[in-house]
Design a protein around this ligand. Structure first.
Ligand SMILES: Cc1ncc(COP(=O)(O)O)c(C=O)c1O
Length: 352
């Protein structure tokens, strides 16, 4: 607290990211990063990068990256917006599209950055509760609102919304922008991207951080009707003209060219997820059906916070949220084979 702070700064309740220990001593299963390195094509581009060119500002429109993403998704470049991580893209979208006369809607259990943006941008919000099984009932969103945002699959539950439900959500909300945050969609869920041609109020937000193994690069993007993309451009050009640096733009385009590598990594993550779910079930955990690169679990007897602390003491980081309704759960990212083995062995010792 300082007397120099504005009222806004005083009122903020900033987001707390998962721990990022700098000593690399942990098996890190707490922030849903990929256990695998980026595609070899990314390393090649970075190794051959024209360092002298860094004296210039990057292309403010990221033209080549946008063109590569448009081609990859079968859209026009005017339907693609890129930013410095999907968190930044989401921040711009909150400012661009969420109207102030009615509260916006998002589930009571979802990505904990959404309420943080609401406070920062002074947007009123309401959180329809998930069902007892943590599923979303899109009928809860068929009410007057200033906008809707839903992660699909949801975070931190990992539960996916079928495409029919996304369609219903969009059809029920023709006056609002509906943002589907698809940070984890590549691990088995249905993308709403196929609905973009049908619904001018749909914005799909994606990231390179999870299924493209590039959380350290900070690259995210949005897909939608050209009018929505233009709205995002107006915010971006009123905030930071150069959100995507030259290195990220080049690496991001290269990452799209190596689809076989990315698919292979994601298949390995899905296979490990299935294995982990079965093993955790045997250890007495209730496991929510995940379509993500993490699992959300509750032990039938052991307290989640103590499990988190015991795992950490044993060198394994998982995510514990001290939040109502989920303070008895753990979110565990899917690691490599060895990391999954280490987790199972540690839990076996702790619970045994
Ligand atoms: C649901 C969801 N959306 C968006 C993000 C932000 O991803 P990034 O800013 O790394 O692109 C995350 C990160 O964990 C997430 O869980």
């Amino acid at each position: 607290m300082s007397r120099y702070w504005s009222k806004l700064v005083t009122r903020l309740d900033p987001y707390t990211p998962g721990e990022q220990p700098q000593d690399q001593q942990y098996v890190k299963l707490n922030t849903n990063e990929s256990p695998y390195p980026p595609a070899p094509a990314v390393a090649e581009v970075l190794n051959n990068f024209d360092v002298a060119g860094l004296r210039r500002y990057p292309d403010p429109q990221s033209t080549q990256l946008v063109a590569a993403l448009a081609a990859y998704h079968g859209l026009q470049p005017q339907q693609v917006f890129v930013g410095n991580g999907s968190d930044e893209v989401l921040a711009h979208a909150f400012q661009a599209f969420f109207k102030r006369d009615e509260p916006i809607l998002f589930p009571d259990i979802s990505y904990s950055f959404y309420p943080v943006y609401c406070r920062l941008f002074e947007i009123d919000y309401r959180q329809p509760p998930l069902g007892a099984d943590f599923t979303i009932d899109v009928g809860d969103y068929a009410v007057a609102n200033g906008g809707v945002i839903i992660p699909n699959p949801n975070a931190p539950t990992g539960i996916a919304l079928p495409l029919g439900a996304s369609r219903e959500l969009l059809a029920d909300n023709p006056e609002s922008v509906v943002i589907i945050d698809e940070a984890y969609v590549d691990f088995g869920a249905d993308s709403a991207q196929t609905l973009i041609a049908e619904f001018a109020n749909l914005l799909v937000v994606r990231t390179y951080s999870k299924s493209r193994n590039l959380a350290g690069l900070r690259l995210g993007y949005a897909l939608g009707h050209g009018d929505l993309i233009e709205g995002l451009q107006r915010i971006k050009n009123s905030f930071n003209s150069y959100p995507v640096d030259s290195l990220a733009a080049a690496a991001g385009a290269a990452a799209l060219a190596d689809e076989t590598y990315v698919r292979d990594c994601n298949h390995r993550i899905i296979a490990n997820r299935e294995r982990l779910q079965a093993e955790l079930g045997k250890l007495g955990f209730e496991v929510y059906p995940s379509m993500s690169n993490f699992v959300f679990v509750r032990h039938r007897e052991a307290a989640a916070e103590q499990l988190y602390l015991d795992l950490k003491a044993g060198g394994i980081l998982v995510r514990y949220f001290k939040t109502p309704r989920i303070d008895d759960c753990l979110r565990i990212s899917i690691g490599s084979d060895d990391e999954c083995d280490a987790l199972i062995a540690a839990l076996g010792r702790i619970l045994g």
